[in-house]
Design a protein around this ligand. Structure first.
Ligand code: PEP
Ligand code: MG
Length: 300
């Protein structure tokens, strides 16, 4: 097997002034593992799980979840794999789940739906707990608004871990972090002291800050114009996370767009999860910037 050091180097890129920036992959489908070279990434920063399932029955199929997480860990080798729990509702639905009006962007989606349907959360938690024995696995919770939601999910994990161990199965508590995509959470990260790490979901953060739906063409100009507000919230969040000594990164689409990288660097982000087919562009963009986001070529 390859040495860890060379894997990690593949997943970092140096700014013009020598600061190491981590680049992780976003994975939506396990078929991508064949085509993407894991040595160019610091593991998986976001693995969406709603796209891995085709029916409501899949959602509670613990063996199916477990198999997919094992494949992700095999692909990543020694590097971390961050799996996001089901983010159903809003723009992501499964037949029989997350399709009602009440499960829209402002309704019962993400962790709200998981806590309302504990059988979904518990099946996925068991698969994650068992897979965590086999590698560096982290878990992201989608659409968290208040710390109570984090605590409720963490309690599910603790109960399921104890139940697995009682059955004689191996289980390990993964690190659990939150998606920072609801403004009320983004502004209050210091209250999430039990979250192990944070990841900005700017696709949602932008729509909630601008009150402009991410899938509504008629307000896309407002959605796009909200990026300075998004970056200000990110900068505040980064400062709060640093004070808490907790890792913070970004996995929204802004991080896959070279245009936004200078502002995201200026906001203090040092870990970017990107669409694999955008990685080469992002790598060269970061290489041409100082760590404060200024273009190296323009600075005299
Ligand atoms: C986001 O909201 O930025 C994000 C990464 O999650 P999704 O696009 O799946 O909602
Ligand atoms: Mg989101």
């Amino acid at each position: 097997s390859r040495p860890i050091a060379s894997r990690r180097t593949g997943g970092t890129v140096k700014t013009a002034d020598g600061l190491a920036i981590r680049l992780s992959a976003i994975i939506n489908d396990p078929v991508e593992f064949k085509a993407i070279d894991s040595s160019s990434f610091a593991g998986i920063g976001l693995m969406r799980t709603e796209f891995l399932l085709t029916s409501a029955a899949d959602a509670v199929d613990e063996a199916r979840h477990y198999d997919i997480y094992r494949r992700a860990l095999d692909w990543a080798g020694e590097a971390p794999v961050t799996v996001r729990m089901l983010d159903l509702g809003g723009d992501k639905t499964l037949p029989g789940l997350g399709a009602k009006k009440s499960e829209s962007f402002m309704g019962l989606r993400g962790i709200r739906l998981l806590l309302a349907r504990p059988e979904l959360a518990r099946a996925q938690a068991r698969a994650l707990l068992r897979a965590a024995v086999h590698g560096d696995l982290g878990v992201l919770l989608p659409m968290v608004t208040i710390p109570d939601e984090f605590d409720a999910m963490q309690a599910f994990f603790e109960e399921e871990r104890a139940a697995l161990v009682r059955r004689g199965l191996q289980a390990r508590m993964p690190e659990i972090g939150i998606m920072v995509e609801v403004p009320a959470a983004a502004l209050m990260l210091d209250r999430f002291s039990r979250s192990d790490f944070f990841s900005f979901g700017t696709n949602d953060l932008a729509q909630y800050l601008a009150a402009a739906a991410r899938d509504d063409q008629s307000v896309s100009a407002l959605y796009d114009a909200a990026t300075p507000a998004v970056c200000r919230v990110i900068a505040q969040g980064v400062a709060l996370a640093e004070a808490m000594k907790k890792p913070i990164g970004i996995c929204g689409e802004m991080a896959s767009d070279p245009w936004h990288i200078p502002a995201l660097m200026a906001a203090g982000l040092r870990h970017f999860s990107v669409a694999p087919n955008r990685a080469a562009d992002i790598r060269s963009t970061i290489g041409g910037l100082f760590s404060d986001g200024r273009a190296a070529a323009e600075v005299k």
